[in-house]
Design a protein around this ligand. Structure first.
Ligand code: CP
Length: 349
């Protein structure tokens, strides 16, 4: 299956394509961090970045990744460009698609990033919507691949999401089910994936998408408010209880809903297993969904996970963007063969 033009949803990629992008991410990470070689695969190319919501990790990752690849990124915050007001979304997308080489957007409504992708000639990458957060999941998978338990493959691993069925939770379910992992959401009734809060329209059945992925991959999905479901998890993941989007839990009652059962404490980590690792997309509200003790422990991967946003986004930009040749003939660096093989693998899919 050829790569789609845009990266809107991980469900539009195959397992092989996702893993090829992750290998490219690791090869570029090694080339840059270990060899000091910056692969200018997007030399002189321009990325436009639309942010309708605040962002630290996503903005910094896209902007610095583009610099690493020899290109340039432009930031458009709320109110700085036409976007479906004075000018139609389709007209804006058409103009941006002709002026830019790549566009990314963090939007209030998922249909806007879909509309940008439909109207722009250039590739469009989804930087998060109320529905999903696919670039986050590429960084999360990279982090799990780099931190596999001794003797386990990624397909052998169990990933337990604790708390509210945010777009990060749903996106994790999509990713884990494509890869063939065991995915669990431990969350209260009313806030489970099956409760429909993040469905972009009434026809979308989130669990059905995940289960369809599992048929191909051999993965499993369990959704429960019984803490026993997290037993044996290799990775414990959580997200904020009070987020940016309307569909997420609002108001003072959210603490009553989630506290104390769904707070990730060291006791909960140990209940999952003595070697379970902690993950969080960040930003975290310390003392709510996670304790300081866990976030700052040596079992916490959330900091490397934040850094891996950049490494995985670099690979996404290289995979979906209009690549330029490396021009590294005569340049010697340890990871050269691996990097060339990773680029060739992405080009072959
Ligand atoms: N995880 C994440 O998307 O972080 P930002 O909102 O800071 O970009």
């Amino acid at each position: 299956m050829a790569f789609p033009k845009d990266f809107i949803d991980t469900n539009e990629l195959t397992k092989e394509q996702i893993l090829a992008i992750e290998e490219l991410a690791m090869a570029m990470k090694a080339a840059i961090k270990e060899d000091g070689y910056y692969p200018h695969l997007l030399r002189n190319k321009s990325l436009g970045m639309i942010f309708q919501q605040v962002s630290t990790r996503t903005r910094l990752s896209f902007e610095t990744a583009m610099t690493d690849l020899g290109g340039h990124a432009q930031f458009y915050g709320p109110g700085t460009i036409q976007l479906g007001g004075h000018e139609s979304l389709g007209d804006t997308a058409r103009v941006m698609g002709d002026l830019l080489d790549i566009l990314m957007a963090r939007v209030n409504r998922h249909k806007d990033v879909v509309g940008l992708a439909a109207g722009a000639a250039c590739p469009v990458l989804n930087g998060m919507s109320e529905y999903n957060h696919p670039t986050q999941e590429m960084g999360d998978l990279l982090t799990m691949l780099e931190n596999l338990p001794e003797g386990k493959r990624i397909e052998d691993c169990k990933l337990a999401f604790i708390g509210d069925a945010t777009q990060v939770c749903v996106s994790l379910m999509f990713m884990a089910s494509i890869i063939g992992m065991k995915f669990v959401q431990y969350g209260p009734k009313g806030h489970q994936i099956t409760d429909g809060g993040l469905q972009v329209d009434s026809d979308v059945d989130l669990l059905a998408i995940g289960l369809e992925n599992c048929k191909k991959s051999g993965g499993t999905i369990e959704i429960s408010d019984n803490v026993e479901c997290i037993k044996g998890a290799d990775f414990i993941y959580t997200d904020v209880w009070y987020g940016l989007y309307d569909a997420e839990v609002d108001g003072p009652s959210y603490l009553d809903v989630f506290m104390p059962d769904y707070q990730v404490t060291m006791d909960l980590m140990n209940y999952a297993g003595p070697d379970s690792k902690f993950m969080h997309c960040l930003p975290a509200v310390r003392g709510e969904e996670v304790t300081d003790e866990v976030a700052d422990s040596d079992r916490s991967l959330c900091w490397v996970e934040a850094e891996n946003r950049k490494h995985s986004i670099r690979a996404l930009l290289a995979a979906f963007g209009p690549r330029t040749p490396l021009f590294d003939e005569g340049v010697e660096y340890a990871g050269k063969e691996r990097l060339h093989a990773a680029i060739a693998a992405v080009e072959a899919l």
